[in-house]
Design a protein around this ligand. Structure first.
Ligand SMILES: Cc1ncc(COP(=O)(O)O)c(C=O)c1O
Length: 366
C-alpha cells in the first residue's frame, strides 16, 4: 500500500552508532537499551532486534505486554520491566523469562506466591519519589536493607540486580552526586550483611554523558540512543528518525482571507497555502500553531493558522511544491530540540507522540 499521510524513516545504523557511543562513554560496559513506549516511537521490535544483532544484550521496557511482544518477535536477551506487573500475571514473567522490578516486600511476597522462580531487580528511590524503596536520607538506609534482606529469603524470588534513577543528571550535579552517595551507601550496607544484589545500574543518558565514569555494571539509556543527548557530549549522536508528512492540497488565497479555525492567521497579500496530512491527533501539538515550520528542499515553510486534528496549513508562497510532495516535520534538516522548546515540552514527549504506531515506518541502513 502506498503511504498516504505520514512516513517515519528510521536509520538503524545510526541507532547502533549511538548505542556504541554510549558504551564508549560508559567505559565499555553494556547499557540497557531502553525501548519502552515503542522505543520512544521508533519501533521497539525492529530497533531491539537490530541492536541485539549488534551486540546489545540488555533491554528495558515499562510493561509486561511490551516485553512479551519482544520475546515473541525473537529477542533472546535479558528484558527488564520497569513498571509493575500485576501479580496475577506473574506466570508470564516466568514463562517468558523476564526480569521484574520490585519495590516493596509486599509486592515481592505476591510474586513469590506463584511458586516458580521469578527474577527481579530492586528499584531504589534516591530522589525521584516515583517508584522504589524510599531511600532519600541516610536514616532510610537501614529499614531498606532490612526489607531487602527479607526479600532475599523468599524462596521463589531471585534478586538479579539493583538500580536507582537520576532526577536531574542533565542539570543538577550536586543532587546527582547526592543520589549516588545514598545509592552507594545502601550497596555498602547490603554487602556488609552479605546480601547478594546482583548487577548494579544507575546512569541514564544524561548520567552516562555527564559522569563518564562507568562506575556500575550497566547503564540504562534511551533518549541519547535515539540521537538526542540531553547534555553536550564529545561523542556525535545522530538523530535516528525523520518524520515526513504529505502535501494533500494546495490553494491560492487572496489578501484578507483567513486560515483555519479561529481565523488566527489572515493573509496580508495573495499567498499560496499547502495543506499537509498531520495534526494534533498525530502528536503535532496545537501549541505549535503559527509557531513552527517544516523543511522542504532548502525552505523552512511556516505553519499558518491553527493546527487541526489531522491537518496543518503551510505558507508555501513562491515555493515550487505540489500535491504528493513530502515535507520534513522533524529530522536532519528540521531539528527536534528547538521544536520541543517552541512546544514547551521535551524531545521525549514529541518523539513518543509524533511517531505513534499508525505512522508508517521505513527502516533503512546507511
Ligand atoms: C527507570 C529508567 N531508566 C532509564 C531511562 C532512560 O532515560 P533516558 O531516556 O533519559 O536515557 C528511563 C526513561 O525515562 C527510566 O524511566
Amino acid at each position: 500500500m502506498v503511504i498516504d499521510r505520514l512516513k517515519a524513516v528510521v536509520n538503524l545504523d545510526y541507532l547502533v552508532e549511538n548505542y556504541q557511543a554510549l558504551k564508549r562513554l560508559n567505559q565499555g560496559k553494556d547499557i540497557y537499551a531502553v525501548v519502552k513506549a515503542d522505543a520512544y516511537g521508533h519501533g521497539a521490535i525492529e530497533c531491539s532486534l537490530h541492536l541485539e544483532k549488534n551486540g546489545c544484550k540488555h533491554f528495558a521496557v515499562t510493561i509486561l505486554k511490551e516485553a512479551i511482544e519482544l520475546r515473541n518477535a525473537g529477542l533472546k536477551s535479558e528484558i527488564l520491566i520497569f513498571g509493575k506487573t500485576d501479580p496475577l500475571n506473574a506466570i508470564y514473567l516466568y514463562d517468558y523469562d523476564l526480569v521484574q522490578t520490585v519495590y516493596s516486600y509486599e509486592y515481592a511476597c505476591e510474586l513469590n506466591r506463584l511458586g516458580k522462580k521469578i527474577k527481579v531487580h530492586l528499584n531504589i528511590d534516591t530522589g525521584m519519589s516515583r517508584l522504589g524503596f524510599l531511600c532519600q536520607r541516610d536514616k532510610d538506609i537501614l529499614p531498606v536493607v532490612e526489607e531487602i534482606e527479607k526479600i532475599s529469603k523468599l524462596e521463589n524470588i531471585e534478586i538479579c540486580g539493583i538500580y536507582s534513577h537520576f532526577t536531574s543528571a542533565d542539570s543538577d550535579l550536586n543532587f546527582t552526586y547526592e543520589q549516588k552517595r545514598l545509592f552507594n551507601l545502601l550497596l555498602k550496607e547490603l554487602k556488609i550483611r552479605q546480601i547478594n544484589y546482583g548487577k548494579v545500574h544507575l546512569d541514564n543518558s544524561a548520567g552516562v554523558i555527564t559522569l563518564e565514569d562507568g562506575d556500575y555494571d550497566l547503564a540504562r539509556c534511551g533518549i541519547a540512543m535515539y540521537g538526542y543527548p540531553p547534555v553536550k557530549s564529545e561523542e556525535a549522536f545522530l538523530p535516528v528518525m525523520s518524520l515526513f508528512a504529505k502535501v494533500i492540497s494546495i490553494r491560492e488565497i487572496e489578501a484578507g482571507a483567513s486560515v483555519s479555525y479561529g481565523r488566527t492567521f489572515v493573509a496580508k497579500s495573495k499567498m499560496t497555502i499547502a495543506t499537509i496530512a498531520i495534526g494534533y491527533a498525530d502528536g503535532y501539538m496545537r501549541i505549535l500553531s503559527n509557531n513552527d515550520f517544516v523543511y522542504y528542499q532548502g525552505y523552512e515553510l511556516p505553519v499558518v493558522g491553527r493546527i487541526c486534528m489531522e491537518l496543518t496549513m503551510l505558507n508555501v508562497t513562491g515555493v515550487s511544491i505540489k500535491e504528493g510532495d513530502e515535507v520534513e516535520v522533524f529530522g536532519r534538516n528540521k531539528l527536534l530540540e528547538p521544536m520541543a522548546k517552541r512546544a514547551l515540552t521535551i524531545t521525549y514527549e514529541l518523539l513518543t507522540n509524533l511517531a505513534k504506531p499508525r505512522v508508517d515506518k521505513i527502516y533503512i541502513k546507511k
